[in-house]
Write a protein that binds this ligand. Structure first.
Ligand code: NDP
Length: 315
């Protein structure tokens, strides 16, 4: 139970792999963490059907089950889990200062010497009808997570950046045909990746193209693509559609308090999870524009708890 007016050692905002791992480590270090689950309990993994690449689960595990296990593990060490969303934060500038996080109603708040931000990022949607309906039923945001389900089948990827080309390269080894749908007549991705893709036979590129329709019954069955130059539409039958048009870090709440990069990611000190405010640490996708894997998020969640433990020893 959360005691009123008690100043906590560790408040964690976010409940994906980073948040729960931070909670497990902080709890075992006797920091008595309080974790706010936020808008999407369990984070992005809960919209992935099966996770096959998280070490230790040799037969794979559903994203939901993995996150439920992480939650139970955090609870086993007495993490206080609060099913509320933080709506406002105040971060102190002073070393050893007290930070405050506000919950929805009546300016209700909690004070803490340490904060771990693990609010993750949200993939950008195309904004088409049916896109959300087929999420986890053919539509995916992660080829490394879901590509295996389309072994020997045809799939499409939308996007022309590094993520899209990395995904295309990965999927080309598993799938029969990979259709890469790019809205401009050129890639945004690095030259090295473009070169790699140009050498792969089963990647078919549609430049100047947009997806105009997503089709299917219980599962995704196909998409309609419009060539924006010659205005010709075509339908391709696919079992998987991978959307790789970028991610947005969930940092709106911290905009005026923390240093963010030009894309909105929290800037952390190299080799650590420290932000520009003493006692405030960031873990997982919210500070990682590059790797964005469950295992790397969990890794930085662990780092954040260790960084906080060390910080509290010196204040
Ligand atoms: P990016 O923002 O770099 O690319 C997004 C791509 O999606 C662009 O081609 C963009 O088109 C396209 N796009 C955006 N919105 C739409 C839309 N509504 N419809 C159709 N297409 C759309 O995102 P990434 O996730 O690819 O990369 C993010 C960052 O991560 C980058 O800095 C990248 O370098 C890095 N990264 C690095 C990797 C590596 O080094 N191996 C691997 C993966 C990511 P347009 O160009 O027309 O705007």
């Amino acid at each position: 139970m959360l005691k009123k007016n008690k100043i906590m050692d560790c408040v964690i905002i976010g409940s994906g792999p980073a948040g729960y791992t931070a909670a497990i480590y902080a709890a075992r270090a006797d920091l008595h963490p309080v974790l706010f689950v936020g808008m999407q309990p369990g984070g992005q993994l809960t919209s992935t059907t099966k996770v096959d690449n998280y070490p230790g689960f040799y037969e794979g595990i559903s994203g939901n089950e993995l996150m439920e296990n992480c939650k139970k593990q955090a609870e086993r060490f007495n993490t206080i889990i609060i099913h509320k969303t933080i709506t406002k934060v105040y971060f102190s500038d002073k070393k050893g200062g007290i930070h405050r996080v506000y919950m929805k109603k009546n300016e209700e708040n909690i004070e803490s010497k340490g904060i771990i931000i693990a609010t993750g990022s949200s993939p950008k949607f195309l904004g088409l009808d049916e896109e959300k309906k087929f999420l986890g039923l053919g539509v995916s945001f992660c080829a490394t997570c879901d590509g295996f389900f389309h072994k020997g089948k045809d799939v499409a990827i939308i996007g022309g950046g590094d993520t899209a080309l990395e995904e295309a390269s990965f999927l080309s080894k598993i799938c029969r045909n990979v259709y890469l749908v790019v809205r401009k007549n050129y890639f945004r991705a690095s030259k090295a990746l473009q070169y790699r893709i140009s050498k792969i036979n089963n990647v078919n590129i549609f430049f100047c193209s947009q997806i105009t329709k997503i089709m299917g019954n219980d599962f995704l069955e196909g998409i309609q693509i419009l060539n924006t130059k010659n205005k010709i539409s075509r339908t391709i039958l696919i079992s998987g559609l991978f959307i790789a048009i970028g991610h947005s870090p969930n940092t709106k709440l911290f905009k005026n308090q923390l240093n963010l990069d030009e894309r909105g990611y929290i800037i952390v000190k190299k080799g650590s999870t420290s932000t520009n405010k003493p006692g405030v640490f960031a873990a997982g996708d919210v500070q990682d524009p590059t790797y964005r894997q469950a295992i790397t998020s969990a890794g930085t969640g662990c780092m954040a708890a260790l960084d906080l433990e060390k910080y509290l020893c010196f204040c």
